[in-house]
Design a binder for this molecule. Sequence first.
Ligand code: PMP
Length: 309
Amino acid sequence: MKPNAYAFFQGHIVPLEEANINITTHALHYGTGAFEGIRGNWNEERAITYIFKLRDHYERLINGCKLLMLDIPYSVDELCAITVDLVEKCGYRSDIYIRPLAYKSANQVANLKLHELSSDLCIIIVPFGNYLESDSLRCCTSSWQRTTDTTIPPRFKFTGGYINSVLAKTEAILAGFDEAILLNKDGNVSEGAGENLFMVKKGKLFTPPLIDNLLPGITRGTVIQIAKEELGLEVEEAHINRTELYTADECLLTGTAAHVTAVVELDNRKIGKGLVGPISKSIRELYFEIVKGNHSKYIDWCTPADPIK
Ligand code: PMP
């Protein structure tokens, strides 16, 4: 029967087709959900799926749940164990995307509050290849502004908040670009629609600070650490103006789905030589080695699951 589509739903692992909710569910109407995007990377040689930084994702989710008053009866350790079970049960022998979603499950349509409403958590797994169409991206600056901590906090992955990213991404794709880069309320570069952003200038890496309204990306943290420790690069969190990006030597986007992907053009202007630069290339190669479980120093970042069990 393997591989097969299962989900964790209402406390149990069930066939995906049985994991359904009613149309009166609060989260469907008001975007009252918090989710994660986690990758499982299939290591063909060892026949193991390595789930990257699983705990970090669940820690971010649990913090988001606190904000949305989503009472989820699982600890980070329990969520990690459930996820490994589900990956093994599904049995995909390919890269996968793991989507935990905590949401207000109460069947209440006219109720604009968070308290006294029931919550649930589900986990979905799908086989997943490349998220971005290209590994040398042509981007545009979005006409949509990034939300702020006092509007819809971008620090967590709230379902409703993703309207902001969806509008930006749609605009970019329909205009013929690969991805959108959003500015914040002050006009500073914030991040991509579904990725954090780095710029290379004179051999040094720069990335906007969290105060510029971005998701504290797990890939962002990984790139900061490996750029310093493995590549000996200087990394600085600094406000970035749009015009600074036009004149950067290199630019890259980072995310669980997007991996580490170079931006070679912004608003029809070439970044650097308009090709994937050497620093972007080395970070990308190192990142792939690590997430596939092929770098012994960082093997603890990879939780093994055996889909053949
Ligand atoms: N920013 C946004 C808006 C995102 O949706 C994502 C993807 N989760 C990221 C940044 C990158 O975060 P991470 O590296 O944790 O996947």
